[in-house]
Design a binder for this molecule. Sequence first.
Ligand code: ZN
Length: 494
Amino acid sequence: MKNLPEHKLVVYNTLSRKKELFKPLKPPHIGLYVCGPTVYGDAHLGHARPAITFDLVFRYLTHLGYKVRYVRNITDVGHLENDADEGEDKIAKKARLEQLEPMEVVQHYVVAYHKNMDSLNVLRPSIEPHASGHIIEQIEMIKKIVELGYAYEVNGSVYFDVEKYNQSHQYGILSGRKLEDLISNTRELSGQLEKKNAADFALWKKAEPAHIMRWPSPWGDGFPGWHMECSAMGCKYLGDEFDIHGGGMDLLFPHHESEIAQSTIANGKAPVRYWMHNNMITINGQKMGKSLGNAMSLDDFFAGNHTLLEKAYSPMTIRFFMLQAQYRSTLDFSNEALQAAEKGLKKLIVAAETLNQIQSTKDAPGLGIDKIEAGCYAAMNDDFNSPVAIASLFEAVRIINSVKEGHSQINAEELEQLKKLYRSFVFDILGLVSEEAGNDHQLVDGLMQTIIQLRQDARTRKDYATSDLIRDKLTSLNIEVKDGKEGTVWSLKA
Ligand code: ZN
């Protein structure tokens, strides 16, 4: 393993609230669990950030020589509205509204999610388990917790006894919340009446007659509580205790806090060594949300299909933009910032092409590529600080351009080193790819602009037969062409 003995990777652990030297339980193996999407709608920026953050973690650990088992689940049952213990299941609701089978909804959005993630060059995880495929494991874990006296049954539902847990453990250890505050801040909802304590959370919920997603259990027909799936699947694939658990900061409480509590009781030990959380995204300084009218799907970004977007932004622009911020910082999306990222990415990619063309000069003095390489590793070893690594790579860009323009010369050894640095950091670790020639979207867009121009020319010379023919042919390919004040735009019909 190339860098393993000497690397000093430091990771910010949400649990200890400080940076810690990363020491895996069983090197070279690493267990990495990340909470995946609840699949009831199109993927948006909020899905892209954890996916890209932990893709970077996965890629870098792999680069260092570790064998990473990366588990990212699909939540397809038990996630109720408002992340609460009451309300309709998000997937069941969508199925009801669209008159589909719940698993049809799940399949549709899993496929769409994969398509989006592929275009962002997010690597597929090693295992992608579905919550609905692990009902037995969840029931077994709940049974254990009930037997140990940390959960109780009421009317066919099972709740975790937070107060009892808190007597010997610390509920709030991850989020820093205090149980007293949690109890006094909880709103009185109908289901709270069943609970001994407002802070208790559901491990299993009884399914009312109208509830379509239901399974038999020792407590009657029902479905697992939302937090249960990650405890059960993490344990099944990575063991009672594993290295890294990641997710967005919005999952810290109650999801991850509850995961720690229930796993600790069921397995007799805390489940995770390093908890990592990516920060949130804002749009023009505002929180993202449907009610604010700024919720944009990734497809909207890729097609420029929203009033807040001045233009389309390619998947790599979005990826590069996210990597330009450290994952624990908030990230604000604006047209200005995205266009700056687009330019920066282009510079980096053009330099990669230039790098393949420049020639070495015998006995040319060193240009300090060692220092740049050391800078890239130091940045990544400092809690995956990608923006600092990118700044080092721009140093390399400056050198590449200077050699190309004849201002400096590079020796063969350093040229090779520079090529290797680019391959490792730009392509393998940051996961950037060239979207120029050969990229499907760019190519199709170029072709479409030509077709739109031909149709426009036909209309100008009043050749409506040709312009209509072009439109009809495009329609039959599910391509919609719209004429507006700003010109003609095209899009693929969903
Ligand atoms: Zn989870």
